[in-house]
Ligand binder design. Structure first.
Ligand code: GAL
Length: 468
């Protein structure tokens, strides 16, 4: 790898999300979002009942974040807007100017350092007021999101050219409306995630069209959505059942959202037939998977200007064992992922380190979705608290990963345009709180000024960025 180079214009980035870093949960007129409500309710749903009330304090300490970005020499920085900081009740009926000022300072600060902002409109944290009207389960949210997107393009689009509408609709729908471990904690098994995902796809597509019709000519930016996926391989490569289960695993994860947006405006045929068949067996009159109208399909198809991929890990897959206890909502896919004991574990129990899985996933995206330009908008490795500042092992994982993505470009011909580490700084890792640390910079949450200190990985990543 030492002697190999990435393409000249390769984007080197790091990512964060508003709720995970900003704090200032009720500062200067910000409205509450679903994570504020959820964490304030306690009930041990988050590690030690921690909250994002203060987090990394980036609402006031944003210049410290800029210093981290500068130290890394990044070309790009991905962050998200807090919808309820800008629009406290989620609608453009009232605009919180202090929120606008905050993001203006951040964006201008980045541009002054020649760092290109990539901005996510909604990263798991929609306004509580929107949730009170049904959240992503409600069709009304589609239009409200469209208005929010329009407002963001109009307000920041003179300077922001890379937009992501929604972060990880798979997790945003599954965890919030089916598994229920994310706010609003709904457990509508077999229904909630499909309904929420359906509205997210429509909201994304509308937001893409608004940009395309009203802003693109003048602002010359691009819009996409960030999709997460594991890579999956059959547990037994020779078993037909395992091969089919693996295909379903990928379809119910990545293709659920990618097919409508990148292929034909509709859900994968297998997903439709499996869910419709099961719904029939359950005595339901219609499928639990909602249908798009012909008009909606035409509206959804082709609504991404590039592919944003979040990758963390890989699974070996076999048909679902109906006798084993399964995470909620796994029965439609009829497949379960297991891990290989040889894969090292980074931080949380789900994060098995499999760098070659990313190379295979990139090739899969290239082949399945018309060879799009791809940005890896999240990838990373964590340590659990207390972390080592000299995180040599973690940097080893990054090195292996970078070697794999370089092969994806040079050997497999993937149009990979950039790589963003999750995350710039240690932050509030959702239900795992501050116990799981993904940052390139350590944050000392015990100290009131929340100092940022580079891990060994940050020092080494800066060298890679510098030398391309
Ligand atoms: C992603 C999510 C990020 C971050 C990361 C690490 O699913 O978009 O916000 O938490 O996982 O677990």
């Amino acid at each position: 790898m030492e002697s190999s180079k990435f393409p000249d214009s390769f984007a080197w980035g790091a990512s964060t999300a508003a709720y995970q870093i900003e704090g200032g949960w009720d500062a200067d007129g910000k409205g509450p979002n679903i994570w504020d409500t959820f964490t304030h309710q306690g009930g041990d749903r988050v590690y030690k009942n921690q909250t994002g009330d203060v987090a990394c304090g980036s609402y006031t300490l944003w210049e410290e974040d800029l210093k981290c970005i500068k130290q890394l020499g990044l070309t790009h920085y991905r962050f998200s807007l807090s919808w309820s900081r800008l629009l406290p009740d989620g609608t453009t009926g009232f605009i919180n100017q202090k929120g606008v000022d905050y993001y203006n300072k951040l964006i201008d600060g980045l541009l002054e350092m020649n760092v290109i902002p990539m901005v996510t409109l909604c990263h798991f944290d929609h306004p509580q007021a929107i949730e009170d009207q049904g959240g992503w389960l409600s069709e009304k949210t589609v239009e409200i999101f469209e208005q929010y997107a329009r407002f963001c393009y109009a307000t920041f689009g003179d300077r922001v050219k890379l937009w992501i509408t929604i972060n990880e609709p798979y997790f945003a729908s599954k965890l919030s409306y089916e598994v229920g471990n994310f706010p609003p904690g709904k457990k509508e098994v077999g229904v909630g995630a499909y309904q929420a995902g359906h509205n997210m796809i429509k909201a994304h597509a509308k937001a893409w069209h608004v940009y395309n019709n009203c802003f693109k000519d003048k602002q010359k930016g691009r819009v996409s959505i960030a999709l997460d996926s594991d890579w999956a391989e059959p547990l037994d490569a020779d078993s037909l059942a395992d091969q089919e289960a693996t295909m379903r695993y990928m379809i119910f994860r990545l293709h659920w959202f990618a097919n409508p947006i990148f292929i034909d405006g509709d859900y994968p045929a297998i997903m439709k037939s499996v869910i419709s068949q099961k719904s029939k067996e359950e005595g339901l009159k219609t499928s639990r998977l909602p249908e798009f109208t012909a008009e909606e399909k035409a509206m959804i198809k082709g609504t991404a200007d590039f592919f944003c991929l979040n990758y963390y890990t890989t699974r070996k897959v076999k048909p679902l064992d109906s006798t084993s206890s399964q995470p909620l909502g796994n029965s439609d896919v009829g497949a379960e992922g297991v891990t290989d004991p040889d894969w090292p574990l980074a931080g949380p129990e789900w994060l098995l380190v499999v760098p070659w899985g990313l190379r295979k996933l990139l090739a899969h995206v290239k082949d399945s979705f018309g060879d799009p330009e791809i940005f890896i908008t999240e990838n990373g490795f964590a340590q659990t608290d207390p972390p080592l500042l000299h995180d040599v092992q973690r940097w080893g994982y990054f090195q292996e990963t970078l070697a794999e993505i370089l092969k994806a470009i040079t050997v497999d011909g993937v149009k990979l345009k950039g790589y963003f580490v999750w995350s710039l700084i240690d932050n509030f890792e959702w239900t795992l709180g501050y116990n799981v640390r993904f940052g390139l910079f350590h944050v000392d949450f015990e100290q009131p000024n929340l100092p940022r200190t580079p891990y060994f990985s940050a020092v080494e990543y800066a060298k890679v960025v510098k030398g391309n």
